[in-house]
Design a protein around this ligand. Structure first.
Ligand SMILES: Cc1ncc(COP(=O)(O)O)c(C=O)c1O
Length: 357
């Protein structure tokens, strides 16, 4: 039996979107491939409220995260981490021989503008990475406040991980001043895993030109130059199947559901899950920084999360245990992508039944 996924990626994918993955192949050097890739970029610009170039990568989001820190750090990177995925960005920098420092906080708390200001005031850094929505803790960082601080440091390239929020939460890339905004297909965009997407600003472009040893496959400058020269075609053979599905899904998001409606739907679902969590447990992150796309719930009743998931599985549902050191201490319910309020209510009803609420 297929289990309906309420885990923070991969997510349930609509059958019509899945079907697009099996569209017959075309040559990746054809005019049709150029048009497909150009359409995707145009719609991604709308979703990200940006005029920057869009880069696609046949990797998951981690590929572009690694590419961004390696391609665009000339001096030293300040990595702000609020959980597992921020920590991983630091490991990526170190493993690529990119000079970097890690700025951590207690899990469940945010990266503050003050922290960013203090680090950048040293003058040591020319790139920062911030996690918009930390899937391991369920926190959404105050990027608007961080953006205010960033105005003081126009030379610093800002990389933002929106892997689990883009498509489910409003991220105004140009207004924020984000230079490289990165996401993956398998979360709020509602597609299978296998592609990553990022914005690439003029500032990031100029920076990359000054960086040596950027690698090849994940070098953002190589990708940028190639798509400019070759009408949106990519240097290596991309996953055309994902592109078909992404093109179709972006058209649905932008022209059928509507971007603002989609964000509102995510907020509404988040409110319902949070209310359920507060009634029976507690939400894990600080209240003013809750994610719109997933809720991380403190296991205050010390129930067995694996037993719970087993029982849910028998009924055709799946949620997530806590991530890493939060295993069994928290559990996570995702409310992202094309999940609807009825799905959430159905899940919460089944949870009530199993837990005897
Ligand atoms: C916040 C966040 N950043 C980065 C990643 C890594 O993305 P991917 O699995 O697409 O490489 C994930 C994956 O779960 C994530 O949730």
């Amino acid at each position: 039996m297929h289990k309906k996924l309420f885990i923070p990626g991969p997510v349930e994918v609509r059958p019509d979107v899945l079907e697009k993955m099996s569209t017959p192949m075309i040559g990746h050097r054809s005019k049709d491939a150029s048009a497909l890739q150009r359409r995707i970029s145009d719609n991604m610009r709308k979703l990200f409220y940006t005029n920057s170039e869009i880069l696609l990568s046949t990797t998951s989001g981690s590929g572009l995260m690694e590419g961004a820190v390696r391609s665009c750090t000339a001096k030293r990177a300040a990595i702000f981490s609020v959980g597992a995925f921020g920590d991983r960005w630091y490991d990526m920098a170190v493993s690529n021989n990119v000079p970097a420092d890690l700025f951590e906080v207690e899990w469940g708390t945010p990266t503050t503008p003050e922290m960013v200001d203090k680090a950048l005031a040293t003058g040591k850094y020319d790139l920062i990475t911030v996690t918009h929505n930390e899937t391991s803790t369920g926190i959404m960082n105050p990027v608007e406040e961080i953006a205010e601080v960033m105005k003081k440091y126009p030379e610093v390239v800002w990389c933002l991980d929106t892997v689990s929020s883009a498509g489910g939460s409003k991220i105004e890339v140009d207004k924020l001043g984000v230079d490289i905004c990165i996401t993956s297909t398998q979360k709020s965009l509602g597609l299978p895993p296998g592609m990553a997407i990022c914005t690439f600003s003029e500032k990031a472009l100029e920076r990359a030109k000054t960086v040596e040893h950027r690698g090849i496959y994940l070098d953002l400058l190589t990708l940028y130059k190639y798509i400019q020269k070759k009408d949106y075609q990519y240097p290596s053979t991309p996953s055309l199947s994902h592109m078909y599905a992404l093109d179709y899904q972006l058209d649905r998001i932008v022209n059928v559901e509507g971007i603002e409606n989609r964000f509102q739907r995510h907020k509404d679902m988040a409110e319902v899950v949070r209310a359920w969590a507060r009634e029976h447990f507690e939400v894990f992150p600080q209240e003013q920084y809750l994610s719109n796309t997933l809720t991380n719930i403190k296991n205050t009743k010390e129930i067995s999360i694996s037993d719970l998931n087993k029982k849910l599985g028998e009924r055709g549902f799946q949620i997530s245990n806590g991530y890493g050191k939060l295993k069994d201490k928290t559990f996570r319910i995702a409310h992202m992508a094309d999940c609807q309020m009825e799905d959430i209510k159905e899940l919460l009803g089944v949870l009530d039944e199993i837990l005897g609420f």
